[in-house]
Design a protein around this ligand. Structure first.
Ligand code: MN
Length: 486
């Protein structure tokens, strides 16, 4: 399904590449022992090296290196056994060193791939250009005092992974799917918590447009630091339309860095684009090149968890789920684990998926709860499914039991027992209801005998009504057919 924007002069397509800054999960910063804990008092987590005190030297944190390698493996990417830290020079009040330690032409991770699962069930492959390690800067605070600004260096020196995609995306939907999939992979790996609201995952979007059918790459604009998936998608849509307007009115696009104003729903100029040469990159003389051997990489590789794509394939094979259903379940590992527990305990993957994905998820969404806060445990949901499977209750009554479970938290057997909701499988009781109905409706019986078989369904419905939904529908159907054949 392609995304085409109709202009006055013809059809246009959008070309999107994303750069994501993902905060590495690590107790200490990239080059110092200071804590990375969120919400500490301002400037409480600052080592001398983070404050760029003269003579302080950076020391690489091995955990951060392992996390970058782990992420590279999760992105099916090339791991570079030798990489180099470089200084990216610029002046900013919250960057006391006067440069950021980053990686330039020799990053720790090279090319990889992310597979996107689109809502229509199709999949798309997006290339990863590189992943490099770098330090975060501090934070300037302008809203405490009317005339003064404050600096908090707690974040200065925290390890970031900058993950750069190839310009492979062609719609806001694909950009959204990419961010969700990347976040899912990072969370499965345990290398970044993916929390965009707290700024632990930040996205810059590079956007350009071109006439449909063309392969050129026109001038792009970079939209900086958008902090939600929805805003990234909105910003791209706005920016693409802006480019088309400019081109169709005979203008040209200047390469620049822009900001997205989510309140106004538009992007605006932040600064003209700086180029790599503006930063005067050079290898950091305080740090040796980063080198490790294959054994270091292998030790991380053997401990990789099952990732979303593999889990999805397994769910399709083991539980007979569709690609779409499996994709929904594996997006969050906690959801996948909950489903799998229900499926294993109940012995029915398809019913487990129906109850988890349809019934439970819609309740959780409506109440804004995560799966960990589910009022119904995986064990109890599996027991409800078992009651359906052994014909104790019908699927219809199970929905009522489910509602009561939500309210009370009780186990399903107890609810069924206490409220007398057991399905009637006693042939005698159903037979009596069937006989009564047939006797009361001779006209309908005659119509069925004359060939209007669809009316059998009406009789089943009436039996269910007469037994308050407790009759076994399959048994009703069978009995009715037998009686009508007499
Ligand atoms: Mn960066």
């Amino acid at each position: 399904m392609s995304y085409i924007i109709k202009g006055d002069t013809g059809d246009w397509e959008v070309v999107i590449g994303l750069e994501v800054h993902a905060q590495v999960i690590s107790a200490a910063k990239l080059f110092s022992g200071a804590s990375t804990s969120f919400g500490a008092d301002p400037n409480a987590n600052v080592a001398f090296v983070d404050a760029a005190m003269p003579g302080m030297l950076p020391v690489i944190n091995e955990t951060c290196v392992e996390q970058a390698v782990r992420t590279g493996l999760g992105l099916k990417a090339k791991i570079n056994r030798r990489s180099v830290f470089a200084r990216k020079n610029y002046f900013y009040a919250d960057l006391p060193q006067g440069y950021q330690i980053s990686q330039f032409d020799q990053p720790i991770v090279g090319e990889g791939t992310i597979v996107l699962d689109m809502p229509d069930g199709s999949s798309r492959s997006v290339g990863i250009e590189r992943l490099h390690l770098e330090q975060d800067a501090g934070k300037s605070i302008h809203d405490i005092h009317p005339t003064k600004s404050f600096i908090d260096l707690n974040r200065a020196g925290v390890a970031l992974m900058e993950i750069v995609s190839k310009p492979d995306m062609r719609s806001p939907d694909e950009a959204g799917a990419y961010l969700k999939k990347l976040r899912s992979i990072l969370r499965y790996l345990g290398t970044c918590d993916g929390n965009m609201e707290e700024g632990n995952m930040r996205c810059d979007a590079n956007v350009s447009v071109r006439p449909v059918g063309s392969n050129e790459l026109r001038t792009r604009c970079e939209i900086k630091n958008v902090n939600s998936v929805r805003f990234v998608m909105q910003a791209i849509e706005y920016e693409a339309k802006r480019h088309i307007d400019v081109y169709e009115n005979g203008g040209k696009i200047d390469q620049e860095t822009r900001l997205y104003d989510s309140a106004k729903g538009e992007t605006r100029t932040m600064r003209s684009k700086e180029f790599a040469h503006d930063y005067r990159y050079f290898p950091d003389p305080d740090l040796l090149p980063l080198e490790f051997d294959e054994a270091f990489v292998d030790a991380i590789r053997v401990k990789l968890p099952e990732l979303p794509d593999e889990k999805k394939d397994r769910f399709m094979k083991e539980y007979g789920l569709s690609s779409y259903d499996a994709g929904v379940l594996v997006a969050e590992k906690e959801n996948a684990d909950f489903f799998e527990k229900v499926a294993k305990l109940s012995g029915d993957g398809k019913l487990a998926n129906n109850w988890v994905s349809n019934n439970l998820f819609s309740v959780l969404n409506a109440k804004n709860l995560t799966i960990d806060q589910s009022p119904i445990s995986a064990e109890n949901l599996a027991r409800l499914i078992a009651l359906i499977k052994n014909n104790t209750i019908s699927g219809r009554l199970a929905k009522d039991v489910f509602e009561i479970m939500l309210e009370s938290g009780h186990d399903p057997e107890k609810i069924v027992e206490e409220r007398g909701m057991k399905q009637i499988t006693d042939t005698g009781a159903i037979e009596k209801a069937v006989d009564d109905l047939l006797a009361a409706n001779p006209d309908k019986v005659a119509q069925i005998k004359a060939g209007k078989e669809a009316l059998i369904g009406w009789f089943v419905g009436q039996v269910m009504k007469a037994t308050q939904g407790k009759a076994n529908p399959a048994m009703c159907q069978e009995l009715l057919k037998k009686k009508l054949a007499q």
